[in-house]
Design a protein around this ligand. Structure first.
Ligand SMILES: NC(=O)N[C@@H](CC(=O)O)C(=O)O
Ligand SMILES: [Zn+2]
Ligand SMILES: [Zn+2]
Length: 431
């Protein structure tokens, strides 16, 4: 007794899109059939049949940079609401950052997140990061071996940059010894100027101080040198500047073990799109100049940047109402990521659908050594059905996330997920 998915346009995770039938047993794909191979005789007694109706069937999306806020900030999001939001966005595996309270600087908190994800996580696979430093204060390293043992997927102090170079080098050495990745939020605090937006046209127009590009790129450059010295796999968070792209491109060219990610908003929006002093347009790194947007796009397209992540960063309406200067940085991302990228880059002809899917499935799996990210016989049945033709406006009031902080309200987008499955179980379905 299993589940058939029929009439799907299936992307197997490679550069291929073909009509196939998928048969799932015990959470695993047991057969993938060419539609032409034989007449489909229908399901055996007791089989469930999902008719994809000609829609796209893709590997479930993998998001290696998210904030689920639990424990500690349950007014913004919980593991239950965050995973439900993720499932609706087509994500079947998500990695959650350590800036919870307590910080995931101890095995107990890692285990608590894994246990909550198991019981309240809507079937979505949740991979917690362990923090690099205790309380993310950058003063004392955590016990990497203990965090790995508890289930940490990699190490990061996301939310803040690791200011001290010696501490970063020690972290990389330790991670390297354990075969783990260091994932870095790159930001030099001494260059921030207390600003909320990038240095550029918007800041100038409003007489604001701006966050300079070097605040990010200096850490990228430093960390690349430290990665070269230690041999660790080093991964750069949310790349937003032309200079960072250049440094990563050079590092890859000389064989340093560096990978990088970019968020949909940094590919789509620049500071010139910010309509006014509205904190739903405030995130870290900030929206950069149009020149940076083109540079990160080119970086993704030439393989300098490996993967796309959402950096889903929910904050409550009350917090965002404090305005551009005082509100916390961050925007939600799960429920708009795929439609945004599909509409902006695939429908316009700049990318192929396969290119986009690869950056959200196969590549993240490859970069982080996960066995998900492809559809083939023997693989976990983690997948998403997407209606590429359905167009609808983004309605934040309708989000399954607890938070609504997005700059994309009202955007008319196509490519909405309609069914998400993890290990053969439907974890979300459009009514
Ligand atoms: N990206 C953001 O603007 N905010 C993130 C922190 C982070 O990713 O650095 C958050 O935790 O709110
Ligand atoms: Zn960050
Ligand atoms: Zn983040």
């Amino acid at each position: 007794m299993g589940t058939w998915i029929i009439n799907g346009k299936v992307n197997t995770g490679g550069n291929e899109l073909a009509e196939k039938r998928i048969y799932i047993e015990d959470g695993v794909i047991s057969r993938m059939e060419e539609v032409s191979s034989r007449e489909w005789n229908g399901a055996e007694a007791g089989d469930e049949v999902i008719d994809a109706g000609g829609r796209l069937v893709a590997p479930g999306f993998i998001d290696m940079h998210t904030h689920l806020r639990e424990p500690g900030f349950e007014h913004k999001e919980t593991i239950a609401t965050g995973t439900r939001s993720a499932a609706r966005g087509g994500f079947t595996t998500i990695a959650c950052m350590p800036n919870t309270r307590p910080v995931t600087d101890n095995p107990e908190t890692i285990k608590l997140i894994l246990e909550k994800a198991r019981t309240e996580g809507n079937g979505v696979r949740v991979l917690p990061y362990g923090s690099i430093s205790k309380q993310e204060l950058g003063r004392e390293l955590t016990d990497f071996a203990a965090l790995k043992e508890a289930g940490a997927v990699a190490f990061s102090d996301d939310g803040v940059g690791v200011q001290n170079s010696k501490m970063m080098k020690d972290a990389m050495r330790l991670a390297q010894g354990l075969g783990m990745t260091v994932v870095a939020h790159c930001e030099d605090d001494s260059l921030l100027e207390g600003a909320s937006v990038t240095e550029g046209a918007f800041a100038a127009k409003h007489g604001l101080k701006g966050i300079p590009n070097e605040s990010e790129a200096i850490h990228v450059g430093r960390d690349i040198l430290l990665a070269e010295a230690t041999g660790v796999h080093y991964h750069v968070c949310h790349v937003s500047t032309e200079q960072s792209v250049r440094l990563i491109r050079q590092a890859k060219a000389v064989g340093i073990n560096v990978t990088a990610e970019v968020c949909p908003h940094h590919l789509i929006l620049s500071d010139e799109d910010i309509p006014g002093m509205d904190a739903d347009w405030k995130m870290n790194p900030p929206l950069r100049t149009p020149r940076d947007v083109e540079a990160v796009l080119e970086g993704l397209e030439d393989g300098t940047i490996d993967i796309i992540v959402t950096d889903h960063a929910p904050h409550s309406p009350e917090e965002k109402a404090k305005g551009m200067a005082l509100a916390p940085f961050g925007i939600v991302g799960f429920e708009t990521a795929f439609p945004l990228l599909y509409t902006k880059f695939v429908q316009t002809g700049r990318w192929t659908l396969e290119f986009l899917l690869e950056r959200m499935t196969g590549k993240p799996a490859e970069v982080f050594g996960l066995k998900q990210g492809k559809l083939e016989a023997g693989a976990d049945a983690d997948l998403v059905l997407v209606d590429l033709d359905r167009s609808a406006a983004v309605d934040a009031a309708d989000f399954l996330s607890k938070s609504r902080n997005t700059p994309f309200i009202g955007w008319e987008l196509a490519g909405w997920p309609v069914l998400t499955m993890v290990a053969g179980k439907t974890v979300w379905q459009d009514e």
